[in-house]
Design a protein around this ligand. Structure first.
Ligand SMILES: *Cc1c(COP(=O)(O)O)cnc(C)c1O
Length: 405
């Protein structure tokens, strides 16, 4: 038996939690802005943002207020009813995007699951039951439910779970010819991340996205943008698709949307939504008033010129600092991404040391993520302070110095 007064340590994780993660050796207990503190009171500067989630930093005062207020009014009501925060949030998403319809869910995978089901349902109703093939890309990531992980282009995540859903084909990212070779009248959708996030922070080329749109139009297939990582200001625009001058038919959001409160959304057009009927798809928690109230505030704060231009400015400062660091160490071959989704590519001779670099950074009090096998990923708060950036980069410098010796 574990007593009530049990001492919680990292060992407790190893005893009690399904071992599908390997968390850091320290346990964060408190966060404010871009800083977090562990059990021992050690302070860290957070460039991971809870994996591109805490878009307004930790415990933002306006989000705290919104959550507290809503918690006194209505927590949960289910989709047997609708609720005011969900409707207000839907209005905000629709008025600031290509979309006219919203479906709320709780995680990225669930939003993508809804997107893929919608694409297949729409195509089977409007065209033919055979029009169900989904084209996705190698190295892509779309979540961990069995459908979404199978659509994702990293088989290491989908193998050994029995028969996979069929009708999914993977093409090469940023290679339009590889798509042309496999697209046909049975294709119901192409799904793409405007910037492959987990795969290594790899931006899609503008011409590639434009040609995907053309191919989708030519074959009556739907274009799905997975903006779970890039959406809600992360790239310096509210949606990354705005950089491409191309509208998707379906778009999914999660991570930044709730600023740390679990929520996701699938956006689409009236035309595509029109095939749906009550009962065809659903979720118990989707549109939860607490989550929607917080997300409303997240959008109100982020969807302003000040914050979005600030993302660009902060991005420039970080990239400048990273370049200065690289003058000394010459560890990075490329710094890529958009806005505050930044990937630092390690040169091949040190790419196997990525975990060592992350761990030394923890020791110095600065937190980064990895992406792919050789990329250090930065996805900090969109309002990270300049002084936190400078101090964080100083700590990174010291970490790399210790890594060398
Ligand atoms: C994180 C992520 C997902 C999965 O989101 P979950 O909330 O973990 O289910 C899907 N697609 C992309 C692009 C992501 O970055």
């Amino acid at each position: 038996m574990i007593s009530k007064k049990m001492l919680i340590t990292r060992d407790t994780f190893d005893q009690l939690i399904l071992p599908v993660y390997k968390p850091a050796s320290f346990i964060p207990v408190k966060g404010k802005g871009s800083r977090i503190w562990d059990q021992q009171g050690k302070e860290y500067i957070d460039f991971s943002g809870g994996i591109a989630v805490t878009s307004l930093g930790h415990c933002h005062s306006l989000l705290n207020k919104k959550l507290n207020n809503q918690s006194k009014i209505l927590w949960h009501i289910s989709n047997v009813f609708t609720n005011e925060p969900a409707l207000r949030l839907a209005e905000k998403l629709v008025s600031s995007s290509f979309a006219s319809r919203v479906f709320f869910a709780n995680s990225g995978a669930e939003a993508n699951e809804a997107a893929f089901k919608l694409a297949r349902y729409y195509s089977s109703k409007i065209y033919s039951i055979n029009k169900n093939k989904i084209i996705s890309f190698h190295n892509s990531f779309h979540g961990r439910t069995f459908f979404t992980v199978s659509v994702g282009g990293q088989s290491k995540y989908s193998n050994n779970f029995g028969p996979k859903p069929s009708g999914i084909i993977h093409a090469l990212f940023n290679d339009i010819n590889s798509v042309k070779k496999i697209i046909n009248n049975d294709t119901c959708a192409i799904v793409v991340e405007p910037i492959q996030g987990e795969g290594g922070v790899i931006p899609a080329n503008v011409s590639f996205i434009k040609k995907l749109r053309e191919l989708c139009d030519q074959y009556n297939a739907l274009l799905i943008f997975d903006e779970i990582q890039t959406g809600i200001g992360r790239t310096g625009k509210l949606f990354a698709y705005e950089y491409y001058d191309v509208n998707p038919d379906i778009l999914t959001l999660a991570k930044s949307l709730g600023g740390g409160f679990p929520i996701s959304a699938m956006l689409t057009t009236n035309k595509i939504a029109s095939v749906m009927r009550p009962g065809i798809h659903g979720t118990t928690y989707g549109g939860n008033p607490l989550a929607c109230a917080v997300a409303e505030s997240v959008i109100d704060i982020i969807n302003t010129e000040k914050i979005l231009l600030g993302v660009e400015k902060k991005s420039k400062i970080i990239i400048r600092e990273l370049n200065i660091i690289n003058k000394r160490f010459k560890f990075f071959t490329e710094i890529r991404g958009k806005g505050l989704l930044i990937g630092v590519v390690l040169k091949p001779s040190i790419s196997d040391k990525i975990n060592k670099i992350l761990n030394f950074s923890f020791l110095e009090g600065v937190i980064f993520l990895s992406a792919g096998h050789d990329v250090i990923r930065l996805a900090p708060s969109l309002i990270i302070k300049k002084c936190d950036i400078i101090e964080g980069m100083k700590r990174f410098y010291h970490a790399l110095e210790k890594c060398l010796s």
